[in-house]
Design a protein around this ligand. Structure first.
Ligand code: WTA
Length: 652
């Protein structure tokens, strides 16, 4: 099926509900005519200790200052828990499905509130105070949500770290964030395996050495694994938390106080901590979940993202809980112990909104239609997708087989930096189109620019760089400790605009389709990895003179990594297995390349720049369309490269 056929066939499939269309049109009109009033009205979604009198005081010029609800004061945990106690205290806030299908737990708002207060008091008993950074390195268990909210309660800044980071990667982040404590577990369960967590943290802390600031490590018992405990530094979670009081006075935070840091990758080798602040973030989380997914009371919301990603922060924890809906947390793996595991969970807990990533949709699709068809899936109302472009055929499969042509598929475009969806179809308000992330949600002003950063004005057909012309409450405020890098990365490309790093195409109706990253970032199964991160990791090996990493198209992962390595002539050439190990030790196993090619030379321009475009073509076996080679310093490198790659290539 060609893309065009698919697009026309589906264009009108979702009938527009005139009432919904009018509601969204009115919102768009309101925000266009008086953005201050609109965003102050959205602030009314929360309970504030001091209600803000101003909404947006941001500027994208000069030293870039993003500020929202500046004179407002609030506490996030109060908004996610306390304010629901009176009318829905005994409703379920968190449904937890363990790795083992026989194990699950439900916590009401009241129970979660009590647990959060206990943890908050425990953190305080260790001397942790407002503004301190606390790293959270936990699997998908109820404790991870409770610990995030406990940090929010006392005004500590959480830094949730992905379980797949290597000890070195974690150590680097602990130093950069200046974390004073780490909350981890003995070992996590993932399908049939256990993944050491405490051992990883011990190794990470060895790595940070004397420059690290971690004084306390709290260890949750997840899998009854015996782990070494260092007296004075390490604390057993249960012993520390269980005796604490179930009340804890919330810390009243200023709207612009830092709420959390979250690491992501950019085009340099050093991972960056994206800074989000308290008031704007929570308004945005509450607003975006509600506007895209209709967060109705009593419905169960399941976003399969790991909490260590922005989707996990906003669509697993803060968005659903701020709206008072039930959120589902799944500890295990998609296909374990059987391929229909996710469908079983949807039926078991009557999930109404289901949100996942295209990489998962592709894998589920590969397992066939039979598995989802064997389940009822009747509770589903809305389906979401984010993290990478979704192809029209995967969109259609999701719509027809999972959603039974009853549930709209909502493709949302967002980033760690945007904190929530920016582009998204709104069910009922507009026709859906597979493969297109549609338009800005009310209050968001997307634009396209050419490569010089000049806006391609109007709403006609165009292709260019995806920018945003105005701020939104959930916009990142800075890169932790490096505001200069923040200004350069996002605001130097096009004056007065935020540049996302992505390319996009616009059709005649103003719909947007994401074409992928325009910078040196590879998106592997929805994980952002900088090419420079991989190159830096490989280059630490003494046998390597030079390396270049590129992303190639991959059926399941979206993109896969291919690395070209030039060995030092004076050393024994490294093996592929050895270099793979180097990468997984320095970054994590999620950055494992599809293939590492040992080559004699890399293609470079006369000024010495590696021509990645060419390497991408060669890695994708597209050698008959190499394009213009005139910028190369030495064209003879190319046939030699092709020959070396051919020799080492093994078809999958
Ligand atoms: C990509 C993940 C196409 C994009 C939420 C962006 C998407 C990067 C979509 C951010 C989508 C996210 N369609 N591409 N619906 N959503 N992306 O920070 O390239 O981990 O810049 O946040 O994912 O990745 P991040």
């Amino acid at each position: 099926m060609s893309t065009t056929q698919t697009e026309t066939a589906i264009w009108d499939i979702e009938t527009v509900d005139p009432a919904k269309a009018l509601e969204i049109e009115t919102m768009r009109g309101n925000v266009a005519s008086n953005p201050e009033a609109f965003w102050l009205e959205q602030a009314g979604r929360l309970d504030w200790a001091t209600f803000p009198t101003i909404a947006n005081t941001s500027s994208f010029e000069g030293d870039v200052s993003i500020r929202w609800y500046e004179d407002g004061q609030l506490n996030v945990s109060v908004n996610c828990l306390d304010r629901h106690l009176a009318d829905r205290g005994d409703e379920v806030a968190l449904v937890w499905q363990g790795n083992d299908p026989g194990v699950s737990r439900q916590l009401t708002f009241r129970e979660l509130h009590a647990e959060v207060c206990r943890i908050a008091n425990a953190l305080k008993s260790l001397g942790i105070r407002r503004g301190d950074r606390v790293a959270i390195h936990l699997p998908m268990t109820p404790e991870v949500v409770a610990c995030m909210l406990a940090c929010a309660r006392i005004g500590a800044v959480h830094v949730v770290l992905f379980g797949g980071f290597s000890p070195e990667g974690i150590g680097e982040r602990l130093i950069d964030s200046g974390a004073v404590a780490v909350i981890t577990c003995d070992a996590a369960r993932r399908g049939p395996k256990t993944i050491p967590h405490k051992v990883t943290i011990d190794a990470a802390l060895k790595h940070t050495g004397s420059i690290g600031s971690v004084k306390n490590v709290i260890v949750v018992n997840v899998s009854d694994t015996v782990v070494p405990m260092l007296p004075g530094r390490d604390h057993d979670y249960t012993a520390l938390v269980s005796g604490q009081s179930t009340t804890c006075e919330p810390e009243i935070m200023n709207a612009e106080d830092v709420f959390f840091l979250l690491y992501t990758s950019g085009s340099t080798g050093k991972p960056k901590a994206i800074v989000h602040t308290t008031g704007g973030y929570l308004v945005w989380a509450a607003y975006t979940v509600d506007v895209t997914f209709a967060a109705e009371r009593g419905t169960t919301h399941w976003c399969t993202a790991d909490v260590a990603w922005i989707t996990g922060h906003t669509f697993v924890v803060y968005g659903p809980l701020a709206n008072g809906t039930t959120t589902l947390l799944f500890e295990g793996l998609m296909g374990w112990p059987h391929a229909g595991r996710w469908w079983e969970i949807i039926d078991r807990f009557n999930v109404s909104s289901f949100f996942t990533a295209p990489t998962a949709i592709r894998a589920l699709m590969r397992d066939g239609d039979d598995l989802p068809r064997r389940h009822s899936l009747a509770s589903l109302r809305r389906l979401g997708s984010a993290g990478e472009p979704i192809s029209p055929d995967a969109w259609l499969w999701y719509y027809e087989i999972v959603g039974q042509k009853r549930c709209p598929v909502i493709d949302m475009w967002w980033q760690t930096e945007t904190a929530g969806p920016m582009l998204s179809a709104i069910a009922g308000a507009q026709p859906l189109r597979p493969g297109w992330a549609t338009t800005g949600i009310p209050g968001v002003c997307p634009s396209l620019t050419n490569e010089k950063g000049e806006e391609l004005v109007g709403s006609g057909e165009a292709e260019g760089c995806l920018c945003f012309n105005t701020s939104w409450p959930g916009q990142t405020r800075s890169i932790w400790g490096d505001h200069k890098r923040f200004c350069e990365t996002y605001f130097s490309f096009s004056k007065g605009r935020y540049f996302s790093g992505d390319g996009a195409r616009r059709d005649g109706q103003g719909y947007l389709m994401i074409t992928g990253r325009m910078d040196d970032v590879i998106n592997v199964s929805g994980h952002r990895i900088g090419t420079a991160e991989i190159e830096d990791a490989v280059a630490t090996d003494h046998s390597v003179a030079e390396a270049a990493a590129v992303g190639i198209s991959h059926d399941l992962k979206g993109q896969g990594i291919v690395v070209f390595v030039v060995a030092r002539s004076t050393r024994v050439p490294p093996s592929e297995a050895h270099l793979t190990k180097v990468i997984s030790e320095r970054i994590g196993r999620y950055a494992t390349p599809e293939k590492i090619y040992l080559v004699a030379e890399l293609p470079k321009t006369r000024s010495g720049k590696i021509v990645r475009r060419l390497l991408r073509k060669i890695a994708s076996q597209e050698t008959d369309s190499l394009g213009d080679l005139s910028s190369l310093a030495d064209v003879t490198v190319v046939p030699a490269l092709i020959g070396q790659v051919k020799e080492q290539f093994q078809p999958a």
